[in-house]
Design a protein around this ligand. Structure first.
Ligand SMILES: *[C@@H]1O[C@H](CO)[C@@H](O)[C@H](O)[C@H]1NC(C)=O
Ligand SMILES: *[C@@H]1O[C@H](CO)[C@@H](O)[C@H](O)[C@H]1NC(C)=O
Ligand SMILES: *[C@@H]1O[C@H](CO)[C@@H](O)[C@H](O)[C@H]1NC(C)=O
Ligand SMILES: *[C@@H]1O[C@H](CO)[C@@H](O)[C@H](O)[C@H]1NC(C)=O
Ligand SMILES: *[C@@H]1O[C@H](CO)[C@@H](O)[C@H](O)[C@H]1NC(C)=O
Length: 388
């Protein structure tokens, strides 16, 4: 009898431990733009009777969800793979949550990312004659988060508990501050002047979250935007830029992205010395993606890394007036063999590859597995296995 009780206790303990091994974090709290939006812009456009974004129509979502979800891809994003690997359900967009939601109501996480969002407030861009797609800048997203914390007046310790046990994904954000300016005709040199302001905004948000009790924050840098079909199309045939002969990407724009990333890393290192107890993790989107731009075939992207799967034709299958989902646009047969989905955004296969490079590989600093051991992660499923 005592024997079986002991056995029962050990079994319970083992089961409890087994559950625990998957739980590095109880939730994900995310801020950002279209690289992480899981449906906010879609809901926002319905709520405000605004222009319906093209990415709420097929073929968006076709590969994994089999319907458009408001994600700017054919399937899952990096945040979706992250949730899967942490054993959490997919993180809902904040605007889909009940407005009266309290802290426990935040459940397994909440995603404030909005497609088109900038780091700087939209007034910064409006003052400079640049269009903005949404007012939901990083500051606005942080405001939504703080509002949801205070809506049910939980105690400060409740808030610290929730935030401290969450993985916070701070971005990618900032890419659109540059996209909007460059697309409005500003020179690369001129837009370089924005970088310190963008970095300051991101750093202030990180500090604010640390003050609220954050224990782990992942901060992605910018992608190699000189490899984006959008910019390759905008600058096509122009003699204003140079091309990297290893990748076919625009050298000046990639240098620009690296400048943003260097400044971001410098500031993050300062935060790390001030708050050594917080896991401040830089996610190197740039070099994770660069592996593919250098050798697309090696990683299964047999249709190359530059040409979009879905778009309005032209040398990179991108045309700003015929976007993916437009009746005149064309869709590739095998999205998994493309890195670029619609010109600006990436395919699910690309996001899976970047996710693995970051969270299972070596492209975060410090390495994610030193913070959350691989044994606590679940393999991410579905689709064509990455050859990493
Ligand atoms: C939020 O929940 C309350 C209570 O469950 C409900 O009355 C209300 O309609 C919900 N609001 C939304 C926007 O879903
Ligand atoms: C907060 O939300 C949770 C889950 O929806 C609910 O069980 C709890 O009663 C709520 N608490 C308050 C104070 O409203
Ligand atoms: C942003 O806010 C301004 C002022 O509140 C408003 O006029 C404008 O329409 C908004 N833009 C978008 C895209 O929501
Ligand atoms: C590529 O560019 C580098 C430096 O710009 C040059 O040294 C090299 O010869 C070039 N390679 C090819 C294959 O053109
Ligand atoms: C985009 O499509 C429009 C309409 O068909 C066409 O006039 C234009 O030349 C195209 N642009 C590019 C860059 O291919």
């Amino acid at each position: 009898m005592a024997y079986s009780l002991t056995f029962y206790l050990i079994l319970t303990l083992l089961l409890t431990c087994n559950l625990y091994v998957h739980a590095c974090y109880t939730s994900i709290i995310s801020f950002g733009d279209s690289l992480a939006d899981t449906g906010n812009m879609k809901l926002l456009s319905i709520k405000t009777h605004g222009t319906t974004p093209h990415f709420v129509f097929p073929p968006y979502g076709e590969t994994f969800f089999h319907k458009p979800t408001g994600r700017c891809s054919n399937g899952r994003l990096i945040i979706d793979f992250l949730a899967e690997s942490l054993g959490l359900p997919l993180i809902p967009p904040s605007l889909a949550m009940n407005a009266t939601g309290n802290v426990t109501g935040l459940g397994h996480g909440v995603n404030y990312a909005v497609a088109g969002a900038t780091a700087l407030d939209s007034s910064y861009h409006e003052e400079r004659g640049e269009y903005t797609r949404t007012n939901a800048s990083l500051g606005v997203q942080l405001g939504w988060f703080k509002e949801s914390l205070s809506s049910n007046c939980p105690t400060v310790s409740d808030i610290k508990q929730l935030i401290g046990s969450s993985l916070i994904l701070m971005g990618e954000i900032g890419g659109n501050d540059y996209n909007h300016a460059l697309e409005s005709g500003k020179s690369i040199h001129e837009v370089e002047g924005y970088v310190p302001f963008v970095i300051n905004t991101i750093i202030s948000a990180v500090n604010e979250l640390i003050d609220l009790g954050a224990g782990t924050i992942v901060i992605p840098g910018n992608l190699p935007i000189g490899c984006s079909a959008t910019y390759l199309t905008i600058f096509y045939g122009s003699n204003k830029v140079h091309y990297d002969n290893m990748t076919g990407c625009i050298t000046e724009l990639n240098k620009f992205a690296e400048y943003h990333n260097e400044l971001l890393k410098t500031e993050l290192n300062i935060i790390k010395t001030v708050h050594p107890q917080v896991n401040v993790i830089y996610a190197d989107y740039y070099n994770a993606a660069m592996q593919v731009f250098l050798s697309p075939h090696k990683y299964g992207f047999t249709n190359g890394a530059l040409k979009a799967c879905c778009g309005g034709g032209g040398p990179f299958n991108y045309n700003s007036s015929i976007t993916c989902s437009d009746p005149l646009s064309t869709l590739c047969d095998e999205p998994d063999t493309y890195f670029n989905w619609d010109g600006l955004h990436l395919t699910e296969a690309a996001y899976r590859f970047i996710f693995k490079s970051l969270f299972e590989g070596t492209y975060t600093t410090p390495q994610f597995r030193s913070v959350c051991p691989t044994s606590r992660l679940r393999p991410v499923g579905g689709g064509v296995a990455s050859s990493m």
